[in-house]
Design a protein around this ligand. Structure first.
Ligand SMILES: CC(C)(COP(=O)(O)OP(=O)(O)OC[C@H]1O[C@@H](n2cnc3c(N)ncnc32)[C@H](O)[C@@H]1OP(=O)(O)O)[C@@H](O)C(=O)NCCC(=O)NCCS
Length: 256
């Protein structure tokens, strides 16, 4: 999609963007993904950092076709020392850091999402680029991203460490979303095996997935990047999602 076909709207300009975020999240994500408890910090994300929450609006109709979210945070001096945690860690760290008055050193990507009707038009490339431009214009030239490699949902039994080594014939990442980040200048650093954690009762999981879990064990669930562990002993289902740290460095940035 050409750049002239959309405009960038931030939540600082348009407070309705947070309602659009909820509307699009409901159709963009598998239900269980909406039950990560850390997602509650989206309220503060919009309150504290409205300039970093944006939408790509159709120039002709004004419809929001894509949402991008990011959070400034204070990170380790050496970006290669990113933790085994990912999305949960970053969102909570950014919000708590702001409340404690910490000065952010880096921008962290939190989410890009489109309703199904607007997918496959190349908008996600624009979203990653716009996210970085907004960060740069607010004094944060480097961006880290705990990337959710969504096509891994087709390969839930493959380890994340193997999955991120898979490439296309032209040497780019096999996973389409990792490929977008690399094409936009990102560098894959390492897996973050504990990026997100979703936990609930077995009844919760049956409701979220529309599946039945007749006994304790590991289950393949549509949309999940790895298996969900069901334990009747404690009436609990746990999903620990692996993601992939990528770093988008500004040219002047040096690691050490
Ligand atoms: C992931 C997502 C943001 C991609 O947005 P998009 O605008 O539809 O993607 P694009 O059209 O820019 O395509 C990006 C790449 O994915 C590929 N792709 C898109 N849909 C695909 C599909 N169904 N199967 C395989 N590859 C696909 C494209 O070919 C492209 O690869 P290329 O750059 O090598 O050509 C969108 O599908 C989405 O919102 N998904 C749900 C939320 C999500 O998973 N967000 C990402 C994690 S935060």
């Amino acid at each position: 999609m050409p750049e002239s076909a959309f405009s960038v709207v931030t939540a600082a300009d348009n407070p309705n963007l947070r309602d659009e975020n909820s509307r699009i999240a409901a159709v963009a994500w598998p239900e269980f993904m909406l039950h990560d408890p850390v997602a509650r910090f989206f309220t503060e994300l919009y309150d504290y950092f409205p300039q970093h929450q944006f939408g790509l609006a159709d120039e002709a109709t004004g419809e929001i076709m894509c949402i991008g979210n990011s959070v400034p945070l204070a990170c380790c001096k050496d970006l290669l020392e990113l933790p085994d945690e990912g999305w949960d860690w970053a969102l909570e760290k950014g919000i708590k850091g702001h409340e404690e008055g910490t000065t952010p050193t880096v921008l962290c990507a939190i989410q890009v999402m489109l309703p199904p009707a607007h997918r496959g038009k190349g908008l996600s490339h624009h979203a990653v680029r716009v996210m970085k431009e907004i960060g740069r214009s607010h004094g944060l030239p480097n961006m880290i991203a705990p990337v959710r490699p969504w096509l891994k949902a087709d390969y839930p039994l493959t380890s994340i460490d193997r999955y991120i080594t898979w490439t296309t014939n032209d040497g780019l990442p096999f996973d389409p979303w990792l490929r977008v980040h690399v094409r936009q200048g990102g560098e894959i650093i390492k897996a973050c095996p504990r990026a997100m954690c979703v936990s609930g009762t077995i009844a919760d999981w049956e409701q979220w997935t529309g599946m039945r879990f007749p006994e304790s064990g590991l289950y393949i669930v549509p949309g999940a990047l790895t298996t969900v562990s069901i334990d009747y002993g404690v009436d609990q289902g746990i999903y620990i999602e692996p993601n992939v740290w990528t770093v988008h460095r500004a040219q002047a940035f040096r690691l050490s």
